[in-house]
Design a protein around this ligand. Structure first.
Ligand SMILES: [Zn+2]
Length: 297
């Protein structure tokens, strides 16, 4: 199942890249010396702060066992294998595979572009929070009929998500606690600051945020509904992303709201890596060297 690029690389040799890039995880100094081995990884000591560490220290992957299975796990995630298939490939129980998968996604869920360029398209989408398809053994209690959600008059909730995407393919997304301007502004932060133009279908929150970032806003009536005199202004790319996300999400048969950022990160990483996706790059993403190269963890 190995892909060519991975050759004989081990997890230890792949994650060593983090030491090269970030130096000491405690103080960022790069004055470090070898200090034996632990947990199957070389250990280092920082001359500046005196602390020891390995390549996984202060990453979500620290302390996760079975490194020999990580490449197979990464491959299963790139392929979008079901939990049952991923568990079989990695010779672990589905519960273990589920936990492992979410550890893999912790860093990727925050690996987002920090800025956008040129024409940026934005739109919201909704994901139905569903509890169908739950397999026994997953570490999530089922919400029984007549439980909390039903008291509020909802058995499933529509979770709003904002997606903005520039024409180079950089994609930023976030789950919104509520669909209002304050939530939208908090989610988007400064990501639109360096863009030139914003295209959307006219939601008041998103329009307000784009204007606050100083962008001219082109409101389009419908997907594909660009004006003949300005065909470059459309939201086909962000809507295409929504379509691919929703299609890809179907295999999970509904996900818990708290895990939704992880699934967004998974899909975002797949799209950002594209043909370059490999278990090696996926493992790098799990330690903060994802496709958007945000190394702060
Ligand atoms: Zn240090």
């Amino acid at each position: 199942m190995k892909r060519e690029e991975d050759g004989d690389e081990t997890v230890a040799s792949i994650v060593h890249r983090r030491v090269e890039v970030s130096g000491c995880p405690h103080c960022r100094s790069d004055e470090i010396v070898g200090w034996g081995r632990s947990d199957g990884l070389p250990r280092y000591r920082c001359k500046a702060c005196g602390k020891t560490f390995n390549a996984l220290t202060k990453t979500p992957m620290a302390g996760l066992h079975k490194k020999e299975e990580w490449l197979a796990h990464a491959e299963a995630m790139i392929d979008g294998a079901s939990l049952a298939k991923a568990a079989a490939r990695c010779s672990v129980h589905a519960t273990t595979a589920f936990r492992c998968r979410h550890r893999f996604l912790t860093a990727l869920s925050s690996d987002k572009p920090q800025s956008m360029r040129g024409i940026v398209e934005g739109d919201k989408m909704f994901v139905l929070e569903s509890f169908k398809g739950k397999r026994s053994g997953l570490p999530r209690p089922s919400r029984k009929r007549g439980g909390q959600a039903a008291k509020r008059g909802l058995s499933a909730e529509q979770i709003p998500i904002v997606v903005v995407r520039d024409r180079q393919g950089a994609t930023f997304d976030a789950v919104l606690p509520k669909l209002n301007r304050a939530s939208m502004a908090a989610a988007l932060g400064d990501v639109l600051a360096g863009a030139e133009t914003f295209c959307c279908d006219g939601g008041t929150s998103i329009v307000a945020c784009a204007r606050a970032a100083g962008l001219p806003v082109h409101v389009l009536s419908a997907p594909g509904g660009s004006r003949p005199d300005a065909p470059q202004f459309h939201i086909n790319n962000v809507n295409g992303y929504h379509g691919r996300f929703n299609e890809w999400m179907r295999r999970f048969h509904g996900v818990a709201t708290k895990n939704l950022p992880n699934y967004l990160g998974w899909r975002r990483a797949l799209e950002a890596l594209g043909q370059q996706a490999s278990p090696r790059r996926w493992i790098l993403g799990t330690v903060g060297l994802g496709p958007y190269q945000q190394i702060s963890l």
